[in-house]
Structures are given as C-alpha cells and as structure tokens.
Design a protein around this ligand. Structure first.
Ligand code: NDP
Ligand code: 2IT
Length: 448
C-alpha cells in the first residue's frame, strides 16, 4: 500500500486497534499516503516514533452530561474532548453538537486540526470535542441547561494556555455564550477561554465569517496562480448552508461569482440565474432547513429532495461545506462530467478518499479542508491574541490578516506540493507543510 514498510506496519496495527473508527482510519490513511516519500527518506521519523505519536491523541476525555429538558425529563448525553497534540501550542479546535458525534469522528477531526492549525503559522495545537446531543428542536432554555452541564465537567480541562475550544456543527454564538458564562462563573476568571464569543464579551470581528471567507480567499489564490483568473462570472455550488456555507456564498458573490445551487439536510435549490442569498440568509436565521421554503419566494427555482444530487448541477466551482463524506465518488464523477474545474473543501473531510483521487486524476484543482477551511481557526487564533492583549482590533485589521494568512497557507502548501510531487497536488502539500512544523516541535522537545 505504501512504499515505506514502517508506514505499512503501523497502518495495519492502527487498523487493528481502531477497527470501529472508520473516519479516523480514513484521515490517517490519507495522511500516510502523503507522508510516504518523507518517511522513506528521513530515518529520524521512525527512530523517534513520530508517526505513532502523531496519530495518537495525547489525552481523551469522555464524560457524562446530565440535563433536564422542558418537560422535566432527565436526559443523559456523552461529552468528549480529544486533546490531540500540543507540541506547537495549547489545544485548539471546535466543539460539535450532533447526534452522530462519536470518538471516531472527533479523533479524525482532532488529528486533522493539528496540521491545519500548524498551517496557520499561529501557536495552536490540535483538539476537538463535542457531544451526541442534538440541538435541533430544543428550546433556548434546554440548550442553556445542556451547555452549562457540559461545561461543569469540561472546565477543569481548559485554560487560555491549555485548551481553547470554539464552535463547529451545531455550536454557534448562542452555545458559546452559555458555555463561556458557565466557565467564567466556575473559575471566576475572564481569560477568553473559548473563541467565537459574542462581540460584547471578548469575541473578534470577522470570526463568524472567517471560515467561509477564508475558503474564498484560498480559492482566489488558486484561480490566480493556476489559471491567471478570478471569481468573476464563475458558477458556484455550495453544500450546507450553516456558518461556513453561508459566508462562503456571500464572499463568492461579492467577488463576482454567481452562486447557483445550495443544499441543506433535506435537499437543494438551483437557479441558473443565481440564488437570492438575502432570502436564504433570512430563512436560515429562522431554521437550518431553507431549501424547500425558498420556492415560496422564488417559484422559478428548482428544488430536489436529495442534497447529494446537487453535485449533478453543472458548475465551475464546487464548495462542499456541510459535513464529512458528503461528496462521494458518484458526485465527483458528475462534477467532472459537467465541466467543474475546482473543488475546495469548506467542511472537514467532505470528500471520500476515492472521490478525492478521482478528482485529482481528472486534473480538477482540489483544495483539502485542512488548508482551505483554516480561516476559521486562524481568526480564533487572532481572537486569542486580542484577548491576551485586552484590546480588540477593527474589522478591517482582522479581515486583512485573514486574507494574508490564507494566501500564506496557499503559498506554503503549493511550495511543498511542487517540491515533493505535482504542483497541483495540494493534498500532499498541505499534509507535508502542516506535518513539518509539528514534527520539528516534537523533535526539539524530546521523547514525550
Ligand atoms: P453548522 O452547524 O453551522 O452548519 C452545517 C450545515 O450543514 C447545517 O445547515 C446542516 O443542516 C447542513 N447539513 C448537514 N448535513 C448535510 C448534508 N448531508 N447535506 C447538506 N447539508 C447538510 O456547521 P458549520 O458551518 O460550522 O460547519 C460545517 C462544516 O465545516 C463542518 O464539517 C465543520 O467541521 C467545518 N468547519 C467549521 C468551521 C467553523 O469555524 N465553524 C471551521 C472549519 C471547518 P441541518 O442543521 O439541517 O442538519
Ligand atoms: O474545524 C475547525 O477548524 C473549527 N471548527 C474551528 C476551530 C476553532 O478553534 O476556531
């Protein structure tokens, strides 16, 4: 499978030890494929068991969360925090609240977060956490009680220089507010221990937009460098219409593209003349499922009740921004068949491994999530800086820094891709560029 015997044996062992964790194994497999050449040519990696350490979380915290719903029923959920790697800085990464959350999903997310954070150039290690709690259909009071109980356990593992969580699927301003309030009350300190906070208590301007805007800044660099082109007149399709998808759509439109299709969990809407993003924004502020309701406002649009069929809409650029493995091989084939030339991952690992390979072999420009969606955590890093300085920056300052960081990530990833493989292979480029920083830090700090 790999040229390196060491990687082959380690992957076999990892597979045996984690046989019930498919998402984690998928992320490790993709990473090992990119590392093959490096590992074959640097004996220090095997000698220092760097790969064994890189794929194993430093700490896994798993806890019970008990809370009472509005009907006075007592509920029990599972809470987690995977503190994956702190070689280059405090653990940093989001919290996900979704019924599908389990150790496999959080381990893949924490593993990828480590290298993503390294790419930003900021001092942040990797972590991820969350719960199988489903926020859909819950009242604000239920959300508050859940968040407070979740934090009553998690607080002891956090700290501004230890572990700084943020949002992810199902966790936004509202949840971060409740989580932060409880942390502050228990610890009697205001050290900004979460990012994505409200602006009135230490949040950063541009954090809410950062991931989606960052994806577009990254894509703009790809268009410029590979095609001497820009977003002007391009047809874009976007899956997921949450924090990432919505802001990617708004920025793509601002840069001159036409967003012609977007999806939610139930289906997708398509309008060849461009969707009205104001209507979608208004609808998603009320409830995440917007697609069918959109027709009430724009009856000429087309609705289909299957989100995955959106990949069959002819487009120039596709941005999967919803969740892992949402872009399968069939979808990738449709994209290629219909003339799409660029795919950039706004979500974490939205493209299956076979779909990624298919797109790359078809010479589609492909940006992996750990590079393309790093804008969110980058602005989280800037939020930490502002909190530590006790001084907020302006919108323009943060936005300029975000744009600079995304262009810088592109440069690093492109440079490594060119050095080690084909200059279009940003998967290999991102894995190597992220790894090298973490590897260097681990090596210099000794056997831990
Ligand atoms: P949100 O919860 O804000 O939004 C996710 C959206 O995707 C929801 O509207 C959800 O709908 C929808 N959705 C879920 N499954 C599907 C599907 N199969 N097809 C279409 N839509 C679907 O999450 P975020 O926007 O924060 O996160 C989205 C992705 O981006 C995740 O992979 C996350 O890990 C990644 N990411 C997030 C960052 C951040 O800063 N928030 C940073 C970097 C990456 P519904 O609610 O109806 O289920
Ligand atoms: O996947 C991600 O990068 C995030 N959910 C954001 C993490 C963060 O700490 O801002």
């Amino acid at each position: 499978m790999f040229n390196s015997v060491y990687l082959n044996e380690l992957f076999e062992k990892t597979r045996e030890r984690n046989s019930s964790q498919p998402e984690y194994l998928q992320a490790v497999e993709e990473f090992f494929e990119s590392m093959d050449f490096i590992v074959c040519n640097d004996p220090k990696i095997e000698k220092n068991a760097i790969m064994e350490r890189a794929i194993e979380p430093e700490r896994t915290i798993k806890f019970r969360v008990t809370w009472v719903d509005d009907k006075n029923v007592v509920n029990v959920n599972r809470g987690y925090r995977i503190q994956f790697n702190s070689a280059i800085g405090p653990y940093k990464g989001g919290l996900r609240f979704h019924p599908s959350v389990n150790e496999s999903i959080l381990k893949f997310l924490g593993f990828e977060q480590t290298f993503k954070n390294a790419l930003t150039g900021l001092p942040m290690g990797g972590g991820k956490g969350g719960s199988d709690f489903d926020p859909r259909g819950k009242s604000d009071n239920e959300i508050m009680r859940f968040c407070q109980n979740f934090m009553q356990e998690l607080y002891r593992h956090l700290g501004p220089d230890t572990d700084v969580p943020a949002g992810d699927i199902g966790v936004g301003f509202r949840e971060i507010g409740f989580l932060y309030g409880m942390y502050r009350k228990i610890k009697n300190e205001n050290t900004g221990v979460l990012t994505g906070k409200g602006l009135s208590y230490g949040g950063s301007l541009v954090r809410k937009e950062a991931t989606g805007y960052g994806v577009c800044y990254f894509v703009a660099e790809m268009l410029r460098v590979y095609r001497n082109d820009n977003f002007e007149g391009k047809k874009v399709i976007i899956s997921g219409c949450g924090k990432v998808g919505m802001h990617a759509a708004l920025k793509a439109q601002e840069l001159g593209a036409s967003v012609i299709a977007m999806s939610d969990i139930n289906g997708y809407v398509h309008d060849e003349n461009g969707l009205d993003l104001n209507i979608i924004k208004m609808l998603t502020e009320k409830a995440p499922e917007f697609s069918q309701k959109y027709l009430e406002y724009r009856p000429s649009a087309i609705y289909e009740d299957s989100p995955v069929r959106m990949w069959g809409v002819p487009c120039d650029i596709a941005l999967p921004c919803a969740t892992q493995n949402e872009l399968p091989l069939d979808g990738a084939k449709k994209l290629v068949e219909n003339g799409c030339f660029l795919v950039a991952e706004g979500a974490n690992m939205p493209t299956t491994l076979d779909a990624t390979k298919y797109l790359q072999h078809a010479d589609i420009l492909f940006a992996p999530g750990k590079a393309a969606n790093a804008g969110g955590v980058a602005v989280s890093g800037l939020e930490m800086s502002q909190n530590a300085q006790h001084y907020p920056w302006t919108y323009a300052e943060v936005d300029q820094k975000l744009e600079f960081i995304m262009a810088d990530i592109f440069k690093k990833v492109y440079t490594e891709a060119r050095k080690y493989t084909d200059h279009r292979n940003l998967v290999v480029g991102a894995n190597i560029a992220g790894f090298m920083r973490v590897y260097q830090a681990m090596l210099e700090q000794g056997i831990l």
